[in-house]
Write a protein that binds this ligand. Structure first.
Ligand code: SER
Length: 333
């Protein structure tokens, strides 16, 4: 991984990955792309950035070839709740974009490294809900999940047939403070920190008792880098590894926040669509194979993540002049 092209680089994962890879590989060795080019955006301004609609194959190929990239990290896709509202569009964007990305990787040359994330959404309601095995039935009942499981198979196909060095993980809900996710089912676990600081209260659109896997963004970015640098001879699996750092339900994240904001109030205003999606996903997946094959090891548990989120978001709100009811410079561990 020496020269990397990232699609969807302005998204929740992409913005942090671009920053990390610019630091690791050098600013000129990361080509960040997205469908829009906003002003005053650090991903746009701190390095090489190009506008790319991933459904435009010719432009995709041109950018990859001109810059002689050896790695494609394809992040442009719709998340679960948005995909459920617009299933046909979601299929076209998620699968069409992935197909273009894989074709570009094949065209660029054998051995091109390739990453596109899968998700806990690749599982359906008939999978074992707790300690969900890496290799088991995958019968998702959401359009997002259908694109994820199809994507895993397509990535394995391009590896086996064309020698594209495809690798992937099934991400859990990702929690971060820099860029908010959009249209995901696990987004409540990000929103809650924003509202805890601004209002000391939150109404969750996911019901109490609903367990889902989660992970702090630092661990997610580390996981991508570690997997892409892993010794291929150790990889029994490729697309895609289960990874998770924690599994919790809304009452538990609320309790974690209450350690620092004792009068934080949690309420519920359940969204049936996102609740239905969450109910079809596992409670807690098993990440043993990622640990065995490439030493996956997350650093953040729920309380450590909560402390980090409260401090980092406080700083961000202060910089942006956003009014809050409470703020943290630091927290005692
Ligand atoms: N965080 C994603 C979502 O909720 C799951 O991959 O859609």
């Amino acid at each position: 991984m020496k020269k990397v092209m990232i699609t969807g680089a302005l998204g929740q994962i992409g913005s942090e990955l671009a920053e990390r890879l610019r630091r690791d590989l050098g600013v000129d060795n990361v080509i960040a792309t997205d469908i829009r080019k906003p002003e005053n955006n650090p991903t746009v301004e701190n390095g090489h950035f190009e506008i790319l609609d991933v459904q435009d194959y010719d432009k995709f190929l041109e950018i990859a070839k001109t810059n002689k990239v050896d790695t494609i990290i394809h992040l442009a896709a719709l998340l679960s709740a948005t995909a459920e509202q617009r299933p046909a569009f979601a299929w076209n964007l998620n699968m069409g974009g992935l197909m273009n990305a894989l074709e570009v990787a094949r065209e660029v040359g054998e051995g091109t490294k390739f990453f596109a994330p899968s998700s806990i959404a690749a599982y359906g309601p008939d999978a074992q809900p707790d300690n969900t095995p890496q290799d088991t039935v995958m019968h998702p009942t959401t359009m997002y999940g259908v694109t994820k499981v199809s994507g895993e198979m397509l990535e394995n196909y391009y590896h086996d047939k064309y020698g594209v060095d495809t690798r992937s993980v099934r991400f859990p809900g990702l929690i971060s403070y820099k860029v908010e996710p959009g249209g995901g089912t696990t987004d409540y676990a990000v929103d809650i920190y924003y509202e805890a600081l601004k209002n000391k209260s939150y109404k969750s659109f996911i019901d109490k008792g609903t367990y889902m896997d989660m992970m702090y963004m630092d661990d997610a970015i580390d996981a991508i880098v570690k997997l892409m640098n892993a010794d291929p001879s150790r990889l029994v699996h490729r697309n895609a590894f289960n990874i998770t750092a924690m599994a919790f339900e809304p009452e538990q994240i609320a309790a974690s926040i209450k350690r620092r904001i004792p009068d934080f109030e949690m309420g519920y205003d359940v969204d049936p669509v996102r609740q239905g999606i969450a109910n079809s996903w596992p409670n807690a997946i098993d990440a043993t194979d990622a640990k065995t094959e490439w030493d996956f090891s997350p650093n953040y548990d729920l309380d450590k993540m909560t402390d980090e989120m409260l401090v980092r978001l406080s700083k961000k709100f202060a910089e942006e002049g956003v009014e809050t009811k409470v703020s943290f410079d630091t927290v005692e561990s």
